[in-house]
Design a protein around this ligand. Structure first.
Ligand code: CP
Length: 318
């Protein structure tokens, strides 16, 4: 990577990034966040560039924040959802992507239920590919917006105690966050029922426990994860009521964390399953909507840097 931008043409995951690349994205996102506070939320940075948003899985936050980021940067956008396209007639993923590439987009943002799909396309297309979530593998833009939110609230990563709690087994968010936070020297502890904890995950450099109270003890950041019903998460415990009794974040449990601990959740939330509404909506502790707002800035930064923009040039123009 050079100071001028990111070295790779694609953003496929956090694993291949080094800490200085992560910090470059976070610094650029901080300078981009200001656009959202302007009356006219538009700058010409990506004028004449086209982005295809290719979503094969449901999404609210990622899809609409990419689209917002693209519009604020003046890019043209094509939004692709499998329903209503020739995917329904059996057209393959690669044929679909190659036909869209024939329309000369500059970026392809892809979400897919199969791990590795963004990597598969990136190796076969000239277009820049951004991973918007691939199965249970990675969700790099989520981890970056989470890191931006943590840095804003805590001012550092070094030695920060981060507890990540919930359906670890099915979560792409957790894998990207482990890569991101450990590269930035935070201390990560994972907590889940044994049935939702992958074997050998401690080899990624994290602590592991099935005891929620132990994970919360002294935590600076409590990141709750959704039980992923669509990936079989609910079959790993007897009932939602029982899950909430053991692993739901309540006011009482949160007292075990540091008094200034922040509560995060990537969304969508299962209220009353992994988190109580009282905590989710607590403006003093919950930063869940700040995560969403930062998602736009992070995605603007990634599009801008992958297009070859330099943070210095951005700041001079802004
Ligand atoms: N956090 C996240 O990826 O949410 P969506 O599935 O709504 O995009």
């Amino acid at each position: 990577m050079t100071k001028a931008g990111l070295r790779s043409k694609d953003l496929l995951g956090i694993e291949p990034l080094d800490p200085s690349e992560i910090e470059l994205i976070l610094d650029t996102a901080e300078s981009m966040a200001e656009i959202g506070k302007r009356e006219i939320k538009k700058v010409p940075a990506l004028r004449g560039r086209m982005v295809v948003n290719l979503f094969f899985e449901a999404s609210t936050r990622t899809r609409f924040s990419f689209e917002t980021a693209e519009k604020w940067l003046s890019a043209d956008t094509l939004n692709f959802a499998a329903k209503g396209t020739s995917v329904e007639k059996g057209e393959s993923l690669l044929d679909t992507a190659k036909n869209l590439e024939a329309m000369s987009p500059d970026f392809l943002v892809i979400r897919h239920s199969s791990p590795g799909v963004p990597h598969f396309l990136a190796s076969r297309l000239k277009t820049r590919v951004i991973n918007a979530g691939d199965g249970a593998h990675e969700h790099p833009t989520q981890a970056l917006l989470d890191a931006m939110t943590i840095r804003q609230r805590k001012g550092k990563f070094d030695g920060l105690k981060v507890a990540i709690v919930g359906d670890i087994a099915h979560s792409r968010v957790v894998r990207s966050n482990i890569w991101c936070l450990t590269k930035l020297n935070a201390k990560v502890t994972l907590c889940a029922p044994p049935t939702l904890m992958p074997v050998d995950i401690e080899s990624m450099g994290v602590g592991v426990t099935s005891d929620f109270e132990e994970a919360l003890d002294g935590a600076d950041v409590v990141m709750m994860l959704r039980v992923q019903i669509e990936r079989g998460g609910k079959m790993a415990f007897p009932s939602s009521r029982e899950y909430f009794a053991r692993y739901g974040l309540t006011r009482e449990r949160l007292r075990l964390a540091r008094p200034d601990a922040i509560v995060m959740h990537p969304g969508p939330m299962n209220r009353g399953v992994e988190i109580s509404s009282e905590i989710a909506d607590d403006a003093d502790r919950s930063v869940i909507l700040s995560q969403v707002a930062n998602g736009v800035a992070v995605r603007m930064a990634i599009l801008y840097l992958l297009a070859g923009g330099s943070p210095q040039a951005w700041q001079e123009k802004a």
